[in-house]
Design a protein around this ligand. Sequence first.
Ligand code: ZN
Length: 287
Amino acid sequence: MAWFQKQEKGPAASVKGPARTEGLWAKCDSCSEIVYRQELEQNLMVCPRCGHHFPLPARARLAATLDPDSFEELDADLTPLDPLGFTDSKRYRDRLRTLRKGLNEPDAFVSGMGQLMGHPVSVGAFAFEFMGGSMGSVVGEKVTRIFERAHERQTAAVIFCASGGARMQEGILSLMQMAKTSAAIARFRERRRPFISVLCHPTTGGVAASFAWLGDVILAEPKALIGFAGPRVIEQSIRQKLPEGFQRSEFLVEHGMIDAIVSRKDLRERLAQLLDLLADPPGPPAA
Ligand SMILES: [Zn+2]
């Protein structure tokens, strides 16, 4: 028998995510430094040596951004079905069951109402660790409700995006969410309240091609991959080498696609500044 053995992977370990950050120590993907995990967590999962942004789970992000104890989760009872009876290497319904159990999340999006330095916000964040933050009918509905609630309560809307795109296991129903969420933003605009979109690593596919790019202000975390198709797919289709740093936040801010790159530690304050400027005073009543 070999002196080493592959460890059995539990359900949580089998999903994409910060697999290298399990245990007491974590290895930074950027500077290869070994970092004490507790120190990393206290630093909002940003490498204290080089500033590399590790993935931040949705609930931790909301807790770090919103005022303490102000978040009220809504729509937590919405859970995806399997309308197409989809099976790839595994049945979709089995995949959902395993993830729900392992991650204790109903789907890839957490949403509700909260306060951000005193501003009421209708807010949501993607749980990338749940099927790559893919947008199926439940995620689409939750995003739509963020704008509907912001419309009703006349608050700003803030969404933290981290998604691989539409959820292929729900086929056309996933693609329909792109139109649905975009239409919800169009209605919300009547209220003349801001929608701030924060693009985290990675924001791609159907999410990038719909509401994520429709923010009144679009912020991004450093070095986040943001785009519709990935660079490898584009290179293969156009048969050209893409420029250095293509589709990263720094490239996109230089080309006017996003408004600013904000480090995670400054995000709460920057969002509050924007809300100070944009969310008050109340706009004219809707006709
Ligand atoms: Zn580092």
